[in-house]
Design a protein around this ligand. Structure first.
Ligand code: ATP
Length: 372
């Protein structure tokens, strides 16, 4: 099946810098794709090229197989059959909620009133139809903006940080409502965000972007559980990072041996693990837990700090073997005193081993860097 929205090799150069560099992506009807990445990586510029607000310098944008932009073609945004929603909502202040929603529908459109009414009901604002934007809360304005963007039944929805103006309390609820309506409408959705949680919550597919390029595309589960590199892993959560050196396709660590297939001898490697995949155990007069196949060998440290985070506790251990700090999270309340000896093991199926990309070679092979 041809994707409804196809970006192929999109490139945008500003002042000799490629801020978007060969981006390709396909989005099917009813699918939400989140373009996720740090500030300045080129997400909005990509979206703006898809919308037609920014000219496409190289590559192409196709909607339902039709070229709407390439080096020689440029359909304006209103001729592309897209809905757009940006972070400032940009409602017309002199129009009521109902008039805002109906704005993109022709005055002679027979179904106009019914469509406006239906959308206002679905976003839970039927009672607010005659209110002006300044009489609505931030969350209500966001919902009017959503209804307005969806009113002409766009085949593609382009959304740039559409929830960033909302306070935290409202945001989750509105995200869920928005997702439900987007799914009902069946548009292909490209949503820009710099928040991993938002992408995990909303996306069928996440496209992770860095320095103008897409570095990984996949379902949230796959991106989280099989990151392409340490930076991708660190984008979604705090991580622990151990360094190792390859010898005979493996590296030895105080937590046991890790395989390093296809890596040459003497190569530096990084072993990444998220804090929730470390296991803590009591000291038992210095003996610690026995090694197991799934958790490898345990290593000892002393509690440097323990904090209660709400639904879990974060324990930082200073490791006996090199003085580095490793972080482990434990469900519920676990607040051992500073200096308490504890043993730490790593869930080996949750460790990622990557060639080290960093330029500076570390002095201690087991040094744990601050989380990315
Ligand atoms: N019109 C422009 N002229 C020159 N540089 C620009 C222009 N628009 C964007 N840039 C630069 O391109 C880079 C990418 O910007 P873009 O807005 O696409 O990033 P982003 O990933 O959406 O960031 P954010 O999450 O902060 O919005 C930035 O370094 C930005 O300064």
């Amino acid at each position: 099946m041809v994707p409804r929205l196809e970006l192929e090799d999109l490139t945008c150069v500003f002042d000799d810098v490629a801020v978007v560099d060969g981006v390709s992506l396909g989005i099917h009807p009813g699918q939400v794709t989140c373009l996720l990445g740090p500030s300045g990586c080129g997400k909005s510029t990509t979206l703006r090229m898809a919308a037609g607000v920014e000219r496409t310098q190289a590559g192409s944008v196709r909607i339902d197989g039709r070229v709407v932009a390439d080096a020689t073609t440029h359909l304006p945004p209103e001729a592309r059959g897209i809905g757009m929603m940006f972070q400032d909502f940009a409602l017309f202040p002199h129009l009521t909620a109902a008039e805002n929603v109906g704005f993109g529908l022709g005055r002679k459109d027979a179904g106009r009133t019914a469509r406006v009414q239906d959308l206002l009901e679905r976003v839970g604002l039927a009672e607010m139809a005659d209110k002006y934007p300044h009489q609505l809360s931030g969350g209500e304005q966001q919902r009017v903006a959503l209804a307005r963007a969806l009113a002409p039944r766009p085949s593609v929805m382009l959304m740039d940080e559409p929830f960033s103006g909302l306070d935290n309390r409202l945001r989750d609820e509105i995200r869920d409502q928005t997702l439900e309506i987007l799914k009902e409408e069946g548009a292909a959705v490209l949503l820009v965000t710099h928040e991993p949680d938002e992408a995990m919550r909303m996306a069928d597919q996440i496209a992770l972007m860095r320095k103008g390029r897409i570095v990984q595309v996949g379902a949230p589960y796959n991106i989280y559980n099989a990151p392409v590199d340490a930076e991708a892993a660190g984008f979604f959560s705090d991580i622990n990072l151990l360094h190792g050196v390859v010898q005979d396709f493996s590296t030895d660590t105080p937590f046991g041996q890790f395989f390093c297939p296809n890596m040459r001898d003497e190569a530096d490697v990084e072993i990444i693990i998220r804090p929730q995949h470390l296991k803590l155990d009591f000291d038992r007069q210095g003996t610690g837990p026995l090694p197991t196949a799934s958790d490898g060998v345990a290593a000892r440290g002393q509690v440097a700090r323990a904090r209660f985070m709400g639904h879990e506790s974060l324990v930082e251990l200073m490791m006996d073997h090199d003085g580095s700090i490793l972080k482990a999270t434990v469900p519920g309340v676990f607040l051992p005193k500073t200096g308490t000896p504890l043993w730490l093991s790593l869930r080996r199926d949750r460790c990622f081993v990557f060639p080290c990309k960093r330029q500076s070679r570390v002095t201690s092979p087991w040094l744990n860097s601050p989380a990315a």
